[in-house]
Design a protein around this ligand. Structure first.
Ligand SMILES: [Zn+2]
Length: 410
């Protein structure tokens, strides 16, 4: 029998109804200790997942698919500052994040995979146009990796050469059209040369245009650029070292997030010195000062912690050599920066999600949120180095790592 258009249409509707009529398969995780991502701890419960989402927390749910009792279960971490496509090239030297070769694409995919396996289910890459195809391939399920948000091409401050405010606004619009999730702006040099690279007027234009497009603006800033970013209405300050207490209070007043670092990025340069020295921006002279710079990062974090109401998120600045080791930054923050271990966890869970305006999707273990769930072999509140022992990773309801206990047979 030949189906006419109407019958074919009815058949299609029937199939859809049947498919939706079936109850989706549930996954049940048993846990003895669950961090909810907001600072709370729940004991002896079960997390029920349907599709990509958590549907309920129910101690009586069963049968159990994954027995994570004895571990610390928490929401997948969110790293607010990575360079996911920054790689070492075929010659072993740092190749930045701009290489478009097949080698670079494969290396970036490997970066994404190790980052996910280390417990980071969402990262914000700040950024490179090469992030875009990687982001999309992971979102489609073609490659394993964290959910990626990217700035595409960052705005590099170059004084007057950066352009007029109108030209800067056009650059920001171009990133949005390219598919950027946020705008990254370099408003200052380095901690060694912290001078501003954009005028207040230029910075105002960049952050205002981003806001008009509904995009967040993340500003690489040191010293005076920190206050300037707050005055320009930017969303978040990256690094921030050398800012004054008044600059930090201004961040609070203006509701600007701060993403300082406590060591991993510098430790990684030292660990991989041969691979960085001689590449752009990495002179032998610069390396001599890195060791001296690390304590200033610790001091800055301690200074920031004393400012009431300052919202501090987790960002490791992971780049070539530190992808998959992002959690080392937790250890630095707690051990050397004086951060409370639970606050460190929350800074990479609900707080980071809130900073990304994604608090209703990720960063907590609660009904309705994405099932991004990890487990640590150990208690990070007692031993922060347990962040190195991620034994279970689920992202969007899909299990990518289960090196803990065996599931109880159904
Ligand atoms: Zn960075």
């Amino acid at each position: 029998m030949r189906l006419n258009g109407f019958s074919a249409c009815l058949l299609a509707i029937c199939c859809v109804v049947t498919a939706y009529g079936q109850k989706p398969k549930q996954i049940v995780i048993a846990a003895s200790t669950v961090f909810d991502g907001k600072g709370g701890v729940v004991h002896n419960t079960r997390i029920v997942i349907e599709g990509s989402k958590i549907v309920r927390i129910d101690p009586k749910a069963g049968p159990v698919d994954y027995d994570l009792r004895g571990l610390t279960v928490l929401p997948g971490w969110i790293d607010s500052h990575v360079h996911i496509t920054w790689i070492f090239g075929p010659d072993g030297k740092s190749a930045g994040a701009g290489d478009t070769s097949k080698f670079a694409a494969d290396a970036a995919a490997a970066n994404a995979k190790v980052t996910l396996m280390a417990g980071f289910t969402t990262v914000q890459s700040v950024g490179s146009p090469n992030d875009l195809p990687l982001r999309d391939a992971i979102a489609k399920g073609t490659l394993p990796g964290p959910r990626i948000l990217t700035s595409a091409e960052p705005l590099l401050g170059r004084g007057d050469q950066t352009g007029t405010p109108e030209e800067i606004r056009a650059f920001v619009r171009k990133q949005k059209e390219a598919g950027a999730d946020l705008i990254k702006i370099f408003a200052a040099g380095s901690v060694r040369r912290p001078q501003m690279l954009l005028s207040q007027e230029q910075l105002n234009a960049a952050c205002d245009e981003a806001a008009k497009l509904g995009l967040r603006s993340l500003v690489h800033a040191y010293k005076d650029a920190v206050g300037a970013a707050a005055r320009a209405g930017c969303t978040q300050v990256e690094h921030g070292t050398l800012a004054s207490d008044d600059d930090l209070k201004l961040l609070v007043q203006k509701g600007v997030w701060l993403d300082p670092q406590a060591g991993l990025v510098m430790e990684n340069y030292l660990l991989n010195k041969d691979k960085f020295v001689g590449t752009p921006g990495f002179t032998e002279e610069a390396f001599q000062t890195i060791k001296e710079i690390i304590p200033s990062y610790h001091d800055f974090l301690k200074q920031a912690l004393k400012v009431p109401g300052l919202k501090i998120v987790f960002g490791s600045d992971a780049l070539a050599g530190s992808h998959g080791r992002n959690a080392e930054e937790f250890i630095d923050r707690v051990r050397d920066g004086g951060v409370d271990p639970m606050a460190a966890m929350v800074s990479a869970n609900s707080l980071a999600a809130e900073a990304m305006r994604m608090g209703n999707q990720i960063g907590s273990i609660a009904p309705g949120l994405e099932a991004d769930i990890i487990a640590l072999d150990g208690d990070p509140l007692k031993d922060i180095t347990s962040v190195r022992r991620v034994v279970f990773v689920m992202k969007g309801g899909v299990v990518y790592k289960n090196a803990g206990r065996r599931a109880i047979p159904r």
